[in-house]
Ligand binder design. Structure first.
Ligand code: FE
Length: 285
């Protein structure tokens, strides 16, 4: 029995700043949408004003979850406490499983020009929160781009779509991460695993989401996130405008969440332990 997902809730991103003063739009991780299990945070950063991004994200810790950085324009350099480093260029993805802990910096490589991208936080199940850190640095050419329908292209970062499998592997929550581009007057109905939580975040143009046949579709515009009801596919259709959006789905963990800044654990005691270990300098042992 096939069932169409619908728009359950629409969230508009909130302007904020983070790191040493990077201006960004927070879409998940605000009072309007604290989380969408297992997604804990979604930020879009987009600016061609160096003052908005040059301060970057100097050394800071993470424990208990995964950070996923997807760059559309510009480049960032990352470096961690054990010497892992690299450059995130336009079109690349870094899927970092922080596990028991990393301390790293994420700094713009450019001095001017457009910097545009997304950072997503994905929770880890309780049994994996203290796992060893792991990086998956994916260069642009390793991300398949497939046609999903006439006028509809998707880059497959994780999961499967259009007969292609994304390069990110071995993630506990079995995510689908697509970057979808639709021409005007196009239509597509990609499959989404039933029972997984899913959302679309529109970052350019406008698109109708949900079944059009019974008036169940809703138009979502750039800067808005649509949290989706359950089902095994989503219909997306454009009118006179093109659209670009991220389409994400993953297995919900349904575990208690204790969250304090860059630490996301299951209990307050585990958070207190992370804070104490970080203060003592024994965080990484
Ligand atoms: Fe970070």
């Amino acid at each position: 029995m096939m069932s169409e997902r619908r728009v359950a809730k629409v969230i508009t991103g909130q302007p904020t700043s983070d790191g040493a003063g990077v201006r960004l739009t927070r879409v998940i991780g605000t009072p309007a949408l604290e989380q969408l299990d297992p997604f804990l945070l979604l930020d879009e950063f987009k600016s061609d004003r160096p003052d908005d991004y040059l301060a970057g994200f100097p050394d800071h810790p993470h424990r208990g979850f995964e950070t996923v950085t997807y760059m559309l324009a510009g480049s960032m350099r990352h470096q961690d406490h054990v010497g892992n480093q690299g450059e995130l260029v336009a079109g690349s993805v870094q899927w970092m499983t922080a596990g028991r802990g990393i301390i790293h910096s994420e700094m713009p490589r450019q001095k001017d020009g457009l910097m545009w991208g997304f950072q997503l936080w994905v929770n880890l199940p309780a049994r994996d929160k203290m796992t060893a850190p792991r990086y998956q640095d994916i260069p642009p050419a390793k991300i398949p781009e497939v046609a999903l329908a006439d006028g509809v292209q998707a880059r497959v970062i994780a999961g499967e779509a259009g007969g292609a499998r994304g390069p990110v592997e071995g993630i506990a929550t079995q995510p689908l991460y697509l970057d979808v581009r639709m021409a005007p007057r196009s239509r597509v109905s990609p499959g989404l695993e039933a029972g997984h939580n899913a959302f679309a975040y529109v970052y350019e143009g406008r698109v109708s989401l949900g079944p059009g046949s019974d008036g169940g579709a809703q138009e979502i515009t750039a800067g808005q996130l649509a949290a989706l009801s359950d089902g095994d596919r989503l219909t997306a259709a454009t009118g006179d405008s093109a659209a670009r959006f991220l389409l994400l789905a993953a297995r919900p963990l349904r575990e208690p969440i204790a969250r304090y800044g860059p630490f996301v654990m299951n209990t307050r005691e585990e958070i207190a332990q992370a804070v104490e270990e970080y203060r003592r300098g024994s965080f990484l042992k």
